[in-house]
Design a protein around this ligand. Structure first.
Ligand code: ADP
Length: 177
């Protein structure tokens, strides 16, 4: 039996935290569909097509992965694709209440579909697309937070990164901090 899962989200844009989760998911499922919600209500920075192109490029070469757009109830999309598992990421405690609410609502509508949560590497536990956009909008460095394709697109949007600051001065002995 082929085990198929769907990993839905806005991916505005895809970050190394999302990619970490895809890698963890991909070794546990034969087929993993990364499902990008058009989500106009969230007023994404990137269009659905741009988010799709970035995710496809970032995940190219990862076996068993498909990246698709969707614009309907997630559980209906999952059922049409034959996915009986929804994969979501759990970062800090702040994700928990929202994720539980969605998982239980989805279960009520389609009990045969189960939601599974994975935790990312500790390096990405506080990483979010919003944080990345905030940093990039002020010209801050994002190269360790997103794949190169996303860094390029963010630079096109917001301009080049700000010049590096001079190293901080070490306080003289006896001065308070
Ligand atoms: P949504 O609008 O559905 O929250 P996101 O693109 O923000 O879409 O997130 C999609 C999924 O990826 C969610 O389950 C979220 O918790 C998870 N996720 C986002 N960032 C990370 C990260 N740094 N580590 C692990 N999971 C993450």
């Amino acid at each position: 039996m082929i085990r198929s899962a769907i990993y839905p989200g806005t991916f505005d844009p895809i970050t190394n935290g999302h990619i970490d989760l895809v890698r963890r998911g991909s070794v546990r499922f034969d087929r993993l569909v990364v499902a990008i919600a058009r989500n106009p209500g969230k007023r994404p920075l990137f269009t659905a097509k741009e988010r799709l192109a970035m995710a496809r490029e970032a995940l190219r070469g990862t076996p068993g992965i498909e990246v698709l757009l969707f614009d309907e109830l997630l559980i209906d999309f999952a059922a049409r694709l034959g996915c009986s598992t929804i994969l979501r990421g759990l970062r800090a405690v702040s994700d928990f209440e929202y994720e539980l609410q969605i998982a239980l609502t989805n279960r009520k509508m389609r009990p045969e579909i189960e939601t599974v949560f994975l935790a990312p590497s500790i390096r990405y536990i506080y990483l979010s697309s919003s944080l990345v956009k905030e940093i990039a909008s002020y010209g801050g460095p994002v190269s360790e937070l997103v794949p190169p394709v996303v860094e390029r697109r963010l630079r096109q949007r917001y301009g080049p990164p700000a010049p590096a600051l001079p190293p901080a001065k070490t306080p003289r002995k006896g001065t308070s901090r």
